[in-house]
Design a protein around this ligand. Structure first.
Ligand SMILES: [Zn+2]
Length: 101
């Protein structure tokens, strides 16, 4: 088996993984069992699948939160790395504690 064969296979499986994440039907010729077998054997696709699922869950969570929030807010671009809402406390001035007594 050449590297190209592996890559081609993975592309096919990743299409299936993507479909499954969206509860869409799997591509022709692939079933859940094939997919699971490949995920067991291919760490690359397993990692890819995990990332996709995390991404999907995050998106769902955001959509849910947006839907449940009472006032409809207009969509605005959100930076990928959103800054922390709260600033960390200022660093304490370094002092050597006195020994008790
Ligand atoms: Zn693979």
């Amino acid at each position: 088996m050449t590297w190209d064969d592996v890559a081609m296979q993975c592309i096919r499986y990743r299409t299936a993984i993507s479909a499954r994440t969206q509860n869409a039907p799997l591509p022709e010729g692939l079933n859940e069992q094939d997919l699971d077998t490949h995920l067991t054997a291919c760490p690359e696709c397993r990692r890819w699948s995990n990332r996709l699922r995390t991404l999907r869950e995050t998106t769902d969570d955001l959509l849910r939160r947006r839907r449940s929030s009472p006032p409809p807010t207009p969509p605005r671009p959100v930076p990928y790395h959103a800054p922390h809402p709260r600033r960390p406390p200022p660093p304490r001035t370094r002092r050597t504690p006195l020994p008790p007594g």
